[in-house]
Design a protein. Sequence first.
Length: 457
Amino acid sequence: MNRWIANWNPEDKTFWNATGKAIALRNLIWSIVAENLGFSIWAIWSIVATKLPQAGFHYTTDQLFNLVALPGLVGALLRFPYTFAVTTFGGRNWTIFSASVLFIPTIALAYFVTQPDTPYWVMASVATLAGLGGGNFASSMANISFFYPDRMKGWALGLNAAGGNIGVSSVQLLTPILLGVGLVNLYQATPGPGGVYLLNAGLMWLLPLAIAVFGAIFFMNNLSNAKSSFKDQLAIIPRRHTWIMSFLYIGTFGSFIGYSAAFPLLIKTQFPAITVGIAFLGPLVGSLSRPFGGLLADKVGGAIVTFWNFLAMGAATIGVLYFVNIKDFSGFLTMFLILFVTAGIGNGSTYRMIPSIFREENFQKAKGAGEAGRASALKIASIESAAALGFIGAIGACGGYLIPRGFGASIAATGSTQLAFEGFLAYYVICVAVTWWFYLRKSFVSSSTANLAQARV
């Protein structure tokens, strides 16, 4: 099989139906596998942190929330170089590398969680390594955006993202179960207090990672026309819509990954009688709802879906705040699951907006240049969109750090989570206004904003 494919043109329906569709699907499947493992390892500390006190580690609640938050920060920062790696090294090549380096945080975790005398700064460093898994999303999404035609990007990117996002749910479901099974470590270890093999939290990913690397080597491709210079990709940084969409994406994806990371520890601190094993439901429904956000955005426009979705997120946050204050777990869980669903839908709709915005802006610049100018504009838009998807994804991922740190700081300062939730609510209100102002207004606006509104980005 040819590892490099030249002359990839998914917008040509004849090419797409004859050969493109099957190749794109194969790359999408293995991209999802690798990205899923990246998310799983990125989120592993959301469960490990809840088990450390039981294993003899004497860290404060704020320190535990910090262990959960640090991978989010590192993962967000790594998304910047990962974004540009696909067009520099090739999507297949980078998937092989990015999956291979995940052996480092898993092996380090497996060792240090068996050493209760580990200083906090060392454990924080080990947790930081899990951030390597967070960068995979940016390169994976940038890569898949090249494989699919514009008319199918929302659904394809939604599936790719959901397949990765669901790794957060799987890690929170499987890890508590496998911590009690000696088979994972081949019965070579002694369980800690409560019969927990905490080292399994790292060892359980070694075989799946080997499969992902194998799959990327033998079944993925690089696209020759998906290469561009670093300078060309940096063109998206001064664009105002890059920063506007980054702000909105913190509200959607940042909420998903931040709440996913904090949810188990939040349950443990606010409702001690409830098992953290139930926490997987949040990222599960958030992941499953993401493709539908992209599909709905394909049909009615991303901006309108995003606008109403932020309103729903604000309402769900008010509900969570109410039930956590009266210590009603059933109401708390219901409202939080609604918040996860809306975060997932918003992930899909905001991500669908990005290629639409860059396409419309480039088409406006090419007005009057004929078919050749339009084709050139479409190619430029494809390169810029891929760079923007990764860059905006990196900014949005900062929520993986900000939300757990927000909860930790709120509890440390006031003894409750209310201050944190009030801050998140204010952010959603601002996002509603920003979405309407830049992407839905049709009167008293600049021609640029009017064009984007009429194009139903």
